[in-house]
Design a protein. Structure first.
Length: 127
């Protein structure tokens, strides 16, 4: 696995995995409450971390949502080493909580990276 890559094996793609995370996962918020993460600890013996980025249509138009998704992926990709020493499989869905197009018409990596790093630190402490 590449150190700074985000391969298909590291992404949540199955409907069953999404429903498991949303139905029985725990929610944590970043300190500024801009982002939230819903996570589920898997029972299988694998030691992998799978992520997804869910953004509601209410947040903004498609171009703005895609930009936010790309920025979240980039911030996660650069800081995923925080969760590398886990003993369980973890499924995480990152979502914006108070970020929308009205508040942030132009998005930059600095707007979301600090909050995502904060969420990753909280996740590491919860595991």
């Amino acid at each position: 696995m590449k150190r700074f890559g985000l391969s298909k094996k590291e992404r949540i793609k199955k409907k069953n995995d999404f429903s498991r995370v949303y139905n029985s996962g725990k929610i944590i918020y970043s300190n500024s409450r801009k982002l939230k993460a819903i996570f589920y600890l898997g029972e299988d013996g694998a030691k992998n971390v799978k992520v997804a980025f869910g953004i509601s249509k209410k947040a903004g138009n498609a171009a703005w949502r895609n930009r936010l998704r790309r920025l979240l992926k980039e911030a996660y990709r650069q800081n995923k080493e925080t969760l590398s020493e886990t003993n369980n499989s973890i499924y995480i869905v990152f979502s914006p909580n108070t970020i929308n197009k009205k508040k942030y018409p132009k998005l930059y990596l600095r707007d979301v990276e600090a909050d995502l790093v904060d969420l990753l630190q909280k996740l590491r402490n919860n595991i």
